[in-house]
Design a binder for this molecule. Sequence first.
Ligand SMILES: Nc1ncnc2c1ncn2[C@@H]1O[C@H](COP(=O)(O)OP(=O)(O)OP(=O)(O)O)[C@@H](O)[C@H]1O
Ligand SMILES: [Mg+2]
Length: 629
Amino acid sequence: PRSADVQCTCNVTIEYLNQAGQATKRKVIRNATLLLGRNELRDILLRVDDGKLFQNFVLREIQLFTRFIRDGKSCIKIVPDNVQILISNCPPDKLQVLVKTLAIKYGADKKSSKQASDRTRLLSVLPKTFDNISPVQLHDVKRANELRMLQNVHTPVSTKAPKNRMGNACPGRQVKRPRTTSSENCPVHNLPPKAILSMPVQRKLSKEQSHVLRTVLCGKNVFFTGSAGTGKSFLLKRIVGALPPKSTYTTASTGVAACHIGGTTLHSFAGIGSGKAPMQQCVELAQRPGVLQHWQNCKHLIIDEISMVNGEFFDKLEAVARIVRKSIEPFGGIQLIVCGDFLQLPPVIRTNEKKTFCFQAKSWRKCIHLNIELTEVRRQTDKAFIAILQAIRIGRCTEEVAAQLIKTASHKIDQDGILATRLCTHKDDVELTNERRLQHLPGKVHTFNASDSDPMLVQTLNAQCPAGQTLELKKGAQVMLTKNLDVQRGMVNGARGVVLGFESENKALPQVRFLCGVTETIKPERWTIKASSGIYLTRQQLPLRLAWAISIHKSQGMSLDCVEISLARVFESGQAYVALSRARSLEGLRVMDFDPKVVRANPDVLQFYSRMKRERLFMQSSLDDYIEI
Ligand SMILES: Nc1ncnc2c1ncn2[C@@H]1O[C@H](COP(=O)(O)OP(=O)(O)OP(=O)(O)O)[C@@H](O)[C@H]1O
Ligand SMILES: [Mg+2]
């Protein structure tokens, strides 16, 4: 990161503690700026600036609490001064850079010859200075990790969290440097190994993605759209990381889509059920304790997969927002950041219900300031395949396109015992296929039960977590990863593999060979989801699911390595496009029974998109005229 990045704006509470660890004095600063620097003796400094005055803290011996960085919270305890600095409501990506920089620089400084001795400090007559800390270099990371390894052998890890003024443990776990103690007191085999330190690697946003991020950070209400795989959800995650967490609510139309971006469903945020009740009743529902808080705290509402949100529901939300927030502004003044592709799946409705898209909602135009289209497809790289998908998206299936897709029926995409995943139009087909295929495999069933933080809320977890409560596997089972484990090595959400066997130790974890060539023992992972009441639920389970088949509706938003599609029972416009666009390449795709008739784009949506394009061109040309004048 550039040094400008090692700073963030957040709420800060400075607590001065007594010997018993209780706060005797507290100072709360809202919208403080935190900045890392170095003084004239090369000590690391943390500057807390409230806009008028600043205070520098020397970080010579600290404990760092990092568990809730994704929630924008952290805590730095300055041991010799008995002071702790509690950070909250910080944009998570910024906080991560600040905390990691601090952890690495601090780790690398330890016992460094460059560190001033106590004598030098006492005798120093140098004027006091503050220089912004320099970006983390590879050698800092290396040195910090070498010292960490040494400590792994010599020191225990304290798991005690610091106490705040209420005597409650701070929201964090100590993960960084404990003070040195005698190795006799701490048998090496009891020590949890310390994680290797590294700087977060963020993949670069494209020019058009950066433009959207900037527009969002300017406070505009934005709808951004684009074909499947243009990185809409990827960008949404970055937007979430750049906004203050206390007032940002991340949602999506379906549980699966919500999980991709680490949020909840729009319905559970809103708390008005299906929204079909009369207005007064919806308002009462939204004013229930727990729900009202969301509506009042929310300043930025993020919605992914907007194509599946019903327009009438959107209008209801808009009206409820105004009433509950006592505001006459559209959506009660909440900034909307909405994305999706209306040419993918439409809202799921009951029979007799009217289907309306969100862009047909009465309040859509006054709520959305800007429509932006992402045009660069990132999921696929093959230009010919991208062109086929673009044609399918708008319902144009020429003979040539049809011929190309029919040809895929003979594709041999099964490799190394990894079979293609079948995308099904109907849910019952999926369950039946997976159950039957597993049953037919010889060998012992290995059952893995999830460990949930609240077993009473299993249904919520099942609905929002990509990992099921029980997972049954056998040797030879076709599986798919449900979490990004290592993006660099191709171990990403949707990566396909086959179970080679099980470890012989007591947990008998599965060994999986993936299409990307990696073979790995898969260990349980943890998912944290926010329930509608605002509490956090966690599930620990293997990040795997059976992958002989999945439904097209559940596949929306995913990227898949090898897919087989049967489109005979397609029942929605956009459904064939969603299925086909999951594949990363034409070689990884097999369409069993392609019939151009199943390719349908909704005419209203097509009209909406062409109007959007016209308006953009009009705006562009008037801008060009203006520049010429
Ligand atoms: N700037 C980027 N750098 C690297 N990879 C990217 C970038 N943007 C997107 N990707 C990758 O492209 C793929 C598709 O992205 P993503 O799933 O966000 O697309 P999407 O527009 O949400 O698609 P869908 O409409 O199907 O939900 C993902 O594997 C994602 O990691
Ligand atoms: Mg997406």
